[in-house]
Design a protein around this ligand. Structure first.
Ligand code: SF4
Length: 347
């Protein structure tokens, strides 16, 4: 198996753009998209919410941006744009709608609001947080700035707007290597994901990367033993790990990249058996359109992503809640950090 690094991918391969889902299909066609994951007996309970959401989107001139970790019944039926954090951030700028519903977690909705200050941005459940975003505060970043004067601070998008506002620029798992390289600096602070920073360090040995001890509660649970077990049970299986995994897990994998890069890799290389070392819905969403590829567990669920449901998306559109706002005192600085990231060429 060809070993492909996140740097090689970031520098040379196609970074998967967000996918724009074509206009609403009739309900039976929508069911066909998710029939591998939604039993027929459950469909009648979901269909009324789907119909209502499709109607409400038209009435509100709304779009739904859904992260790749959303469940298939959201991802394949009501979402207008799907992708990873980078793709959603890019697409958020181009959205022609009055209302954006973010089916994902809170920092993603904040990023959409930063890039679309005049639009109403909604998140169906305000409790959809993130262990990485919770691991660092704006005060922490100010402390790092004092401790390491002159060292540029690259902040993962999985952070609050307040943390972004204290940073020089943002990155995602899809462009982290390219962002660090773009700085031409001998030392870079990369916060808050320690494992992403260590995985990037392996790709840019000429730069000293200083880290913060934040972790994704989903990806930190994978171990090298998990990978070895799956290889023993499924000889020849292709292993793809998200760079939020510990470096020893990434080292055991055949490829590492953002969720969009994972999708790209699977669709282009078409391995007969693959394990995606990431959140469980990733495999479900790719499998729905690639029935010839066998997806092997293990995977872990993100409890925050799973707070999204068809019923709370419907309620969000009905009541225009929960609206996500960003403190104007820090919005311009946070937006600048995101826009500097978007200006970095990834290939
Ligand atoms: S998968 Fe990890 S990084 Fe993503 S939202 Fe969940 S806790 Fe945060």
């Amino acid at each position: 198996m060809l070993k492909v690094s996140i740097m090689e991918d970031a520098m040379t391969a196609t970074v998967a753009p967000a996918a724009r889902i074509p206009g609403a299909l009739p309900l039976p066609d929508l069911y066909a998209r998710v029939s591998r994951h939604v039993p027929a007996i459950e469909w009648p309970a979901l269909a009324p919410d789907i119909e209502a959401i499709l109607r409400l989107k038209r009435e509100r001139n709304a779009v739904i941006l859904a992260h790749n970790y959303q469940a298939p019944e959201i991802f394949h039926t009501v979402a207008d744009i799907v992708g990873d954090s980078l793709a959603l951030a890019r697409e958020a700028v181009t959205v022609d709608a009055d209302v954006i519903v973010l089916a994902g977690v809170h920092f993603m909705a904040e990023t959409a609001k930063l890039l679309n200050p005049s639009k109403t941005v909604l998140i169906p459940d305000m409790g959809a947080g993130c262990s990485l975003a919770d691991s660092i505060t704006a005060e922490d970043v100010r402390g790092l700035r004092k401790k390491y004067p002159g060292v540029p601070i690259v902040t993962y998008v999985n952070t609050s707007a307040a943390v972004k506002a204290e940073s020089d620029l943002c990155c995602t798992s899809g462009n982290a290597v390219a962002v660090v390289r773009s700085l031409n600096a001998p030392r870079v602070l990369m916060i808050p994901d320690e494992f992403l920073a260590q995985n990037v360090q392996a790709e840019v040995p000429d730069v000293e990367i200083l880290t913060w001890a934040g972790h994704c509660e989903v990806h930190e649970r994978f171990t090298p033993a998990d990978i070895r077990d799956v290889r023993e049970s499924y000889p020849g299986v292709t292993v793809i790990a998200h760079p939020e995994c510990p470096p020893d897990v990434v080292a055991e994998s055949d490829f590492s990249g953002s969720t969009a890069m994972m999708m790209d890799f699977v669709v282009q290389k078409r391995p007969s058996q693959v394990v995606l070392v990431t959140e469980c819905s990733m495999a479900d969403n790719i499998a729905a359109q690639n029935p010839d590829i066998e997806f092997i567990k293990p995977c872990n669920m993100c409890p925050h992503m799973k707070r999204m449901s068809l019923s709370n998306i419907r309620r969000s559109l009905e009541t225009l809640t929960h609206e996500v706002t960003v403190d104007p005192a820090l919005a311009d600085r946070a937006r600048a950090a995101v826009e500097r990231m978007l200006a970095v060429r990834t290939r």
